[in-house]
Design a protein around this ligand. Sequence first.
Ligand SMILES: [Zn+2]
Length: 205
Amino acid sequence: MTVEATDLAVLVEEIVELHRELSAEISQPTRRDVETHARSAVSASPAPWNDEAAGWVLTVEAGARDHEQMLTRIAFNGPSIRATTTAGSLLALRHLPWLIGHVQDAHPARKAARHAANDLAAWARQGRILLDQAKPGDEPWTNAPGSLTCPHCDKPLYLPPGALNQTRPSIYCVSCRDDNGRRIEFDNLTWLGVLNQRDTPNDAA
Ligand SMILES: [Zn+2]
């Protein structure tokens, strides 16, 4: 087994664990759903309550089968016989590291192996975000409200990953560092103050 195939196998085991946790969340109502259902007299919808978790699980299950099918066709010019069940999908998922490695070696010009490996990384990242287990780099930095710029370098300021879940997020300059080598931070009161000042009409006439 190459190092890369080992990495992919570790990634797949993480996805299997995320799949277990997110499948368990599908039957758990989100707060919004509880409020919706509390208001409605009849709760007849058989649809999963946690749409985000359900969407992730369906994407991973269908995607694993699709990638296995494509890679099997490239590698062996043959079909993959896999039931469209959760168990069948997880078998397909666990088959992918070996198949990806094989297609990479035997058919280096084909992009299917890289696409499958990219999807594995994306599924793990998305699953961690849904479970609030995001690692650094999983979520993108987003532009600060009001296109605020850094007073030192004039570049755009950013909200860090997860900031939208915080009540009073700071914003940061990703270019400037302070004396300790940390990103320059503007706390919530400071940058809201700048925005408010800008919104106040200039009544000096
Ligand atoms: Zn700056």
